[in-house]
Design a protein around this ligand. Structure first.
Ligand SMILES: [Zn+2]
Ligand SMILES: [Zn+2]
Length: 206
């Protein structure tokens, strides 16, 4: 990205939501404001203070993110196609909480407590796990995951993030070396993502 394009980013919104998706997001915003008045009741009635966009295509690690000044909420494009609407609602719930608590709060214990106090939190987490798996499977099919193989048992390991160097096959270490790391079972990298276009929420991301 050139300096000029990053500068124009402040005024031009990349990947804005389609009108249909924006309407859905606005309606969820109103629902959440009503449902958790003690948390979101202080937010403006309408969503004009907030800009909405899609995450960059190909994002695996992040499902949504909150950016400040100008306040922008980015959402994974596939979340709109997901069969259960609770996924999208939970993602918005999480990001709106960032706007209420401010950028310095991160994913602190306090943040987690408020988030998990939500009545639909447990169901949302379950739905989120299914969604993450589906995003990762799609990425794997498109060759966007890290792939490792054990030199001993030939088991393969797929990861969205690179493993630490010297990572060893857990199965072989467990069964053949009393659970202790061994150089003989150090995994070999056999596949790297072609590109990593994804966006990361923050260093404190879960
Ligand atoms: Zn977050
Ligand atoms: Zn092995």
């Amino acid at each position: 990205m050139t300096a000029s394009s990053s500068k124009s980013n402040e005024t031009t919104l990349r990947n804005p939501l389609s009108v249909e998706h924006l309407l859905r997001v606005q309606s969820i915003y109103r629902e959440l404001r009503h449902e958790r008045q003690e948390i979101f009741g202080g937010l403006p009635f309408g969503t004009r203070w907030l800009r909405f966009r899609y995450l960059r295509a190909g994002t695996i690690r992040t499902l949504a993110l909150a950016q400040f000044a100008p306040d922008t909420l980015a959402i994974h494009r596939d979340a709109f196609d997901w069969s259960k609407p609770l996924l999208l609602k939970g993602l918005l719930h999480h990001e709106l909480l960032h706007f209420v608590l401010g950028p310095s709060m991160g994913h602190s214990k306090f943040f987690r407590t408020i988030e998990s106090d939500w009545s639909q939190y447990v169901n949302y987490q379950e739905e989120r796990r299914y969604f993450v798996r589906s995003v990762e499977e799609a990425a794997r099919d498109e060759g966007r995951l890290w792939k490792y193989v054990c030199p001993n048992c030939h088991a393969t390991y797929l990861r969205a993030r690179p493993m630490k160097p010297e990572s060893a096959c857990s199965k072989c270490c467990k069964t053949l070396n009393s659970g202790v790391w061994s150089d003989s079972f150090t995994l070999i990298t056999v596949g790297r993502p072609r590109t990593d276009n994804g966006e990361d929420e923050s260093p404190t991301e879960n």
